[in-house]
Ligand binder design. Structure first.
Ligand code: ZN
Length: 437
């Protein structure tokens, strides 16, 4: 005990430890919807201090015994950060000052080396009171059936590029494009609506992705990825669901491990320890959701196989963190191998994005017209007519009200289902006709 006390006194009395300088080898800034993340790349872990100043609002970071490496400059300002300045301080230290346009709360933590990154210091600047996001759709009432809500999660982002193609294509970029195209097509589909979980180049924790979908009360969660492998030969798309008891194959297990490493690559605070509790709760209500996930996954995989090669003929299962929602059926779609040069080209092609998205929508349609969640428009259509909405190609001389009469549908429903704000029509335009309305 006395020895320990002596040691403590000794340590406190010491000035900054006389170790080699820490070189700051890069500084990056990511602007996200919940705040700004600044990442310092370091040659070694650093002792640091963060504090705020007012009038004007600033956040100051002091890095002990550190200096900027040659030709490293501060990133451009972004979001509520107006300017970033740095200067040596007290001989050995580095001070970095963030001039802000609003009061922000700093949070900082060190991250150990992972993937392509070495030691990092992460600084998160968050707005004061984060408004609780309003639910994106209202609670179902029997009188007003709602649209089916599909949450689309573009994998990786910001600090975490995901898998890399031989020609430099980054998974985080192509999957965001595919996710946006998928959202566009789902929004155009009668009775369905999409919400993008990531809609920009920023990092989101895996647990936060699930939570965003649950808070929005999504009926379905689709995580969009592109596979990577050291061998350029493997190719084809695959669909995955969660497994709570081991993976269906060694390859699925390895893939899940790689996708789960996203949190480490993206820089997750070691203070996030609530995942263990969450995973216990998850197991309680997982079974029903899992069978729905497998079922919808099989329909999606079937539909995808009509537009591209598939890597596996069956829905694979492994312990993907991002799929662990207890109550939202969740699948992960690997849209192709970015490590295969031919598929890398395809993954960048907007025509492939459109084909792939439309096949995923076809898969969703096939599943949800058989299994419509209660309270949705699709459930209402199925309940009354027992058939999916038909399509009608508009001919010369037809009017919206005439078509409504022809199918015994109210004009208002016809407008709503087809997303029309007025009654104008184009010859050749395809209208969706809800059956039995
Ligand atoms: Zn991925």
């Amino acid at each position: 005990m006395r020895n320990a006390l002596f040691l403590l006194t000794f340590l406190v009395a010491l000035p900054f430890p006389a170790v080699a300088d820490v070189a700051v080898q890069g500084v990056r800034l990511w602007e996200g919807p919940d705040g700004t993340r600044i990442v310092f790349d370091l040659s070694a872990p650093v002792t640091h201090k963060v504090f705020t100043l007012e009038n004007p609002d600033r956040v100051v970071v002091d890095l002990a015994d550190a200096s900027l490496a040659a030709n490293v400059s501060m990133p451009a300002a972004g979001g509520k950060v107006a300017q970033i300045r740095s200067a040596p301080r007290d001989g050995n230290d580095l001070r970095v000052v963030f001039d802000l346009t609003a009061k922000l709360k700093p949070k900082s933590f060190l991250v150990k080396p992972e993937g392509q990154y070495g030691h990092r210091l992460v600084l998160d600047l968050e707005g004061e009171a984060k408004e609780a996001a309003a639910p994106l759709r209202s609670a179902p009432t029997p009188d007003s059936p709602r649209e089916l809500l599909v949450a689309i999660d573009a994998g990786h982002g910001g600090e975490d590029p995901g898998a890399l193609g031989r020609n430099g294509t980054r998974e985080k970029d192509v999957v965001l494009k595919i996710a946006r195209e998928l959202a566009r097509q789902i929004d155009a589909e009668p009775g369905m609506r999409a919400v993008l979980i990531r809609d920009g180049d920023y990092f989101l924790k895996l647990a936060d992705r699930r939570e965003k979908a649950r808070k929005a009360r999504a009926d379905m969660f689709i995580s969009v990825h592109a596979d990577g492998f050291h061998d350029p030969r493997p190719q084809g798309a695959s669909v995955y669901a969660l497994s709570t008891r081991g993976a269906t194959s060694e390859a699925a297990r390895i893939l899940a491990e790689r996708e789960n490493a996203s949190d480490l690559v993206g820089g997750v605070s070691l203070a996030d320890k609530d995942d263990l509790l969450a995973s216990v709760l998850v197991d309680l209500s997982q079974t029903a959701t899992l069978s729905a996930s497998l079922n919808v996954g099989a329909h999606v995989l079937d539909a995808i196989s009509t537009v591209t090669k598939v890597h596996q003929r069956r829905v694979q299962q492994a312990g993907f963190m991002v799929l662990k929602s207890p109550d939202v059926p969740s699948i992960l779609v690997e849209t192709g191998f970015i490590s295969n040069p031919q598929e890398e080209r395809k993954l960048k092609d907007p025509a492939y994005h459109r084909e792939l998205a439309s096949s995923v929508v076809a898969g969703l349609r096939a599943y949800f017209y058989d299994n419509p969640p209660p309270g949705t428009l699709i459930a209402a259509w199925q309940g009354r007519g027992g058939a999916a909405p038909r399509e009608h190609a508009v001919r010369r001389g037809e009017t919206l009200s005439g078509i409504a009469r022809q199918y015994k549908v109210s004009l208002q429903t016809l407008r709503q289902v087809n997303g029309k704000s007025d009654d104008s029509l184009r010859v050749g335009e395809t209208l969706f006709i809800p059956v039995g309305s």
